[in-house]
Each structure stands twice: as structure tokens, then as C-alpha cells.
Design a protein around this ligand. Structure first.
Ligand SMILES: *[C@@H]1O[C@H](CO)[C@@H](O)[C@H](O)[C@H]1NC(C)=O
Ligand SMILES: *[C@@H]1O[C@H](CO)[C@@H](O)[C@H](O)[C@H]1NC(C)=O
Ligand SMILES: *[C@@H]1O[C@H](CO)[C@@H](O)[C@H](O)[C@H]1NC(C)=O
Ligand SMILES: *[C@@H]1O[C@H](CO)[C@@H](O)[C@H](O)[C@H]1NC(C)=O
Ligand SMILES: *[C@@H]1O[C@H](CO)[C@@H](O)[C@H](O)[C@H]1NC(C)=O
Length: 492
């Protein structure tokens, strides 16, 4: 039995493909374009046996007003673009390119045998605070606008949608705005057709949170929400309950403090019921207010312990997820340290004592493109097979509010600066400078961000990191180490 069964497993795995999930990387669709589906939601559709990802569509020429894009995938890693599911309509009362169409979510309605899309519908000054509704017989759209309404007469800002796996009932999750009378988050139940709201089920009173999403285990509900810090990330919190009606617990942080949820904001969670394992994914956004179309996605497995009543995100630079079995595993890489003699500094770059860094040393002063840290003797798999390389860095700029002097403990009157940019040059090939975006971490906090690079086969590669202009400064962040991952395989 062992032989044939193993063979079947291998064949199935090969068919499913094997592509890594790399949080914070530049993700491209099957046409080679950056995936643009921000603040989105994912539907696991039984009929097509595919995942469908809906989100806000943003490009460099149209950072706002792009409508809702839709992509499909069989493995959550390879995404095919299907165009706009909800296209803005010039002159429309609520879905024109000048209106806000944010945090779209799609759900199948059994009653209408259609797919229903809901979102935060607003005018450009966020003065309307409505929930938009559109529908389509086809999951990929096009969706037809139906209405934009005030939920049960109230305001609605950041929007989420949750369907209970036990009852099949759907719920709208929304914060009711920033004014003093608002600052709550609501769970309200839909009617059976998911075409209108029935009643308020719970109100998270005056926590002043946003971007809600609920993940359901066999025994608990966890509601994740973000603080209100605009496009800057913060420490996302979760509440736990046995029932949607509550009582809900006190909120607790879901990631190590001061990582600002690994530089992300909540918005969605996905439960994968595999044949071997149930896996819970955090589907977060890494916003970049300086180039919003380049905002990235932070998808991470969550470790949930219903006995201890805890939920934690687990950081992995690169992991391999099998959506059929539900199993996932971190991919192992090779680490090269800035502290090592094989990391050479030039120009103003130098190594400095840092008790929080690897071997007590971090490389800093990477200011300007002639100041570099060069990792030597890096092993590669050959230029035909690109490899993810994670750069562990510290960006000490922190997050000032440029327009509110004194409004932050981190900086008085500072510029609102979300990331430094480093140049990455492989084997001295200055014709192909890669840009590495290094978002603010926190002083003493080291995080990583990845780039896909082509290395020569063998142990003789160099990777040089310098500083580039980010609109404010010509500075790269401080470097702790790099980790080089093996290329993706075809099949597992
Ligand atoms: C948005 O709607 C509010 C409420 O009607 C209104 O006061 C505000 O002027 C509108 N903003 C824009 C940009 O139209
Ligand atoms: C539904 O969408 C799919 C994928 O975009 C497309 O191939 C198909 O023709 C559509 N079907 C209908 C009835 O519009
Ligand atoms: C609207 O929100 C306010 C503030 O949370 C609340 O006092 C009021 O009861 C809400 N009304 C409805 C109909 O939900
Ligand atoms: C390095 O930066 C200087 C000025 O900051 C610029 O003139 C020069 O072109 C840059 N060189 C490279 C290789 O980027
Ligand atoms: C390693 O690469 C350098 C240039 O990057 C080259 O000069 C040297 O000969 C190479 N050594 C080996 C052993 O391939």
C-alpha cells in the first residue's frame, strides 16, 4: 500500500503546485503584474474549488478610485487576475472614481443564488459612512451596484464580514467612525439572504478600534482589530468569546509588542480546513503611504490555544502551505550575519555594539549609495532559479506625525516617514539595482523584509546593501543579518 499511496500523494501535490508564501514580498500575478487587492477578503468557493481574493485596486497612476479587483488561486500563492469585480462608474452617486470603496468582502447568498459584495462606501471626506452592496451571479463579477445604506441607522467605517461555520449566518463588522459619539465596533447580523442587516448582536464599546475580522475555532471566536493610526501599523489586538453575543474578553496583543504586528494592519482572517490540519491565517496589510500602490501583504499562520485562550501570529520569512491538507512548514534558509568577517563595510557604514542584535553587533551608517555592507561568500542555487532573501534590519526613524508636532512619543515635530529604502546589488551588477523597502521598526526591534534575487550557483556570491533616497533621506536601515532561502520547487 505504501508505494502507490505515496505516489498518489506526490502526484496530487505536484498538481497543486508548491509556491511559497512570503509575507511582505512583492507579489506578482500570473501576468507578471503586482497583485493589487488591498484590505481585501478571500472566499473559499466550493463550486469553482478555488480561492477568490477581492480587494482595493491601486496602481501608481491611480492610487485611489480604482474599484475592487478579483484574483483566483488554487494554492493561495499563485494568483490569476480577473479584472475589476466592481468597477467605478464615472458620475455615480457613490461608486464614482472619487468615492471611497474600501474593505470589500464577498459572500455567497443561498437565497438569491448570487454572490453579494459589501464594503465601506463613502465620499472622499468620509462624511457619509455607509455600507455598499452589489451582486453578481458569477463570483468573479462583474458586480452590479444595489445600494449604499446606513447600517441600522448608524455610521459605518472600516468594514468586515464574518460567516459562522456552525449556523451559516453572516454578520457585518464595522467601526462606527471617529467622532466622540462613535468609536465603537459593531457585530450585526444579516438576514438569511445577506441582503440587509437584522440586528445588532454586540457592540465593542468605545475601544476606538477599526479593521475588524473574526476567526472561528471549534470552541471560540476571536475578533481581531487594529488601533486607529492611519496608514501606520500598530499593535493589533484580539478579543475572545464563546459566543458572538459575548461576553467578550479584554483585548490582548496578537504579536510581540513593538513589532506593530510585524508592520501590518488587520483586516481579514482565513480558516483552512485541511484533510490533516486546520490552519488559521492572518491576512494583513502592510500599508505604504508614500507609495500606496506598493503596499504589501502580511499573511501569517496564527497559533490559537483555546485552553489558554490565546492567539499569536507566528512570523516566518518564507513558508510552504498545502491548502489541501492544511499543513504548513517554515522553509529553512542559510543565515549570514553582519557581525561576521564575511560582511564588509564601506564608506560611512560601520559595525556597532547592539545588545539586541545577533552577536551583539549591527551594521549602521548605511547612508548614501557608496556606503555599503557587502555579504561575501553567499551560496546560491544558480541564476535560473530566483531565491527569496530576507534582510533583517532595524529602522530607528519611528513614526512621527509630521503635521502634529509633539503628537507622538517617538518624535517631536518629525516628518511622517514610513520606510527607508536600501539598494541591493548582487555580484556587483550595478545595472540591476534592487530596491529594498525597510519600514520603521522601533528602536531595538529587528524585523525582516524580503527580495527575490538571482544568485550564481556555488559559494561565491556577494550581496551589497547601500542607501537610496526615499523622499526624505538617503539612508538604508541598520542591518543585522540576511537569510537566503532555497528556490521554490515545482511540486513538493
Ligand atoms: C461628504 O458628505 C458629507 C455629509 O453629507 C458632507 O458634509 C461632505 O461635504 C461630503 N464631502 C464631499 C467631499 O463631498
Ligand atoms: C464567470 O467568470 C468566469 C471567470 O472570469 C468566466 O470565465 C465566465 O465566462 C463567467 N461566466 C458568466 C456566466 O459570466
Ligand atoms: C449608533 O451608535 C451609537 C454609538 O455607538 C449608539 O449609541 C446607538 O445606539 C447606535 N444606534 C443603532 C441603531 O445602532
Ligand atoms: C549615487 O548617489 C549620487 C548622489 O546621491 C548620484 O549622483 C549617483 O548617480 C548615485 N550612483 C548610483 C550608482 O546610484
Ligand atoms: C569569485 O567571484 C569574483 C568576482 O565576483 C572572482 O573575481 C573570483 O575569481 C571568483 N572566485 C571563484 C573561486 O569563483
Amino acid at each position: 500500500m505504501r508505494g502507490p499511496r505515496l505516489l498518489t500523494t506526490l502526484l496530487l501535490a505536484a498538481l497543486a503546485g508548491a509556491k511559497y508564501i512570503v509575507p511582505g514580498g512583492r507579489w506578482y500575478d500570473t501576468d507578471g503584474n503586482l497583485i493589487s487587492a488591498h484590505a481585501g477578503g478571500i472566499v473559499a468557493d466550493k463550486e469553482s474549488d478555488k480561492f477568490w481574493w477581492f480587494g482595493e485596486y491601486k496602481t501608481e497612476s491611480h492610487p485611489e478610485g480604482g474599484g475592487v479587483s478579483v484574483y483566483s488561486s488554487s494554492d493561495l500563492a499563485t494568483w490569476e487576475y480577473h479584472g475589476l469585480a466592481l468597477a467605478p462608474i464615472e458620475g455615480h452617486e457613490i461608486i464614482s472614481p472619487r468615492h471611497i470603496i474600501q474593505r470589500p468582502k464577498v459572500v455567497y447568498s443561498k437565497a438569491s443564488n448570487e454572490y453579494h459584495m459589501w464594503w465601506h462606501a463613502d465620499n472622499s471626506s468620509y462624511g457619509l459612512l455607509l455600507q455598499g452592496f452589489a451582486r453578481s451571479p458569477n463570483i468573479s463579477g462583474p458586480y452590479e451596484f444595489v445600494s449604499a445604506t446606513a447600517p441600522l441607522g448608524n455610521w459605518s467605517q472600516d468594514f468586515g464580514l464574518f460567516t459562522d461555520r456552525n449556523t451559516g449566518k453572516s454578520y457585518a463588522l464595522y467601526s462606527n467612525g471617529d467622532r466622540a459619539e462613535g468609536r465603537d465596533v459593531y457585530i450585526s447580523s444579516y438576514n438569511d439572504g445577506v441582503s440587509a442587516l437584522d440586528s445588532v448582536v454586540y457592540r465593542f464599546n468605545k475601544f476606538d478600534l477599526e479593521a475588524p475580522t473574526i476567526v472561528q475555532t471549534d470552541r471560540s471566536y476571536y475578533a481581531l482589530m487594529s488601533h486607529k493610526t492611519g496608514y501606520r501599523p500598530n499593535n493589533v489586538v484580539a478579543f475572545r468569546a464563546d459566543s458572538l453575543e459575548g461576553p467578550w474578553s479584554q483585548p490582548f496583543m496578537v504579536a510581540p509588542p513593538n513589532t506593530r504586528t510585524f508592520n501590518s494592519q488587520s483586516g481579514f482572517t482565513l480558516r483552512i480546513d485541511g484533510t490533516k490540519k486546520t490552519t488559521y491565517l492572518y491576512i494583513g496589510d502592510q500599508w505604504d503611504s508614500n507609495s500606496i500602490w506598493e503596499s504589501r501583504y502580511i499573511w501569517l499562520p496564527m497559533t490559537i490555544d483555546d485552553n489558554k485562550r490565546t492567539l499569536q501570529l507566528e512570523w516566518h520569512d518564507v513558508y510552504d502551505l498545502d491548502v489541501k491538507t492544511g499543513e504548513w512548514a517554515p522553509v529553512r534558509g542559510t543565515t549570514y550575519y553582519a557581525a561576521s568577517n564575511h560582511a564588509r563595510t564601506s564608506g560611512t557604514a560601520f559595525k556597532q555594539e547592539a545588545n539586541f542584535a545577533s552577536y551583539g553587533t549591527i551594521a549602521t551608517g548605511i547612508y548614501g549609495n557608496d556606503s555599503t555592507v557587502t555579504f561575501e561568500g553567499v551560496e546560491g542555487a544558480g541564476e535560473a532559479q530566483p531565491q527569496w532573501v530576507s534582510f533583517y534590519y532595524q529602522n530607528t526613524d519611528d513614526m512621527g506625525f509630521g503635521d502634529q508636532p509633539g503628537g507622538t512619543p517617538d518624535r517631536i515635530g518629525g516628518a511622517w516617514q514610513l520606510r527607508r529604502i536600501a539598494s541591493v546589488v548582487v555580484n556587483g551588477d550595478v545595472e540591476n539595482v534592487q530596491t529594498l523597502y525597510q519600514r520603521d521598526t522601533h528602536k531595538g526591534v529587528i524585523l525582516s523584509t524580503p527580495l527575490l534575487l538571482r544568485l550564481r550557483k556555488g559559494h561565491n556570491n556577494t550581496i551589497a546593501v547601500g542607501g537610496l533616497y526615499n523622499g526624505f533621506d538617503v539612508k538604508g536601515a541598520d542591518l543585522d543579518r540576511i537569510v537566503v532561502y532555497p528556490p521554490e520547487r515545482e511540486g513538493r
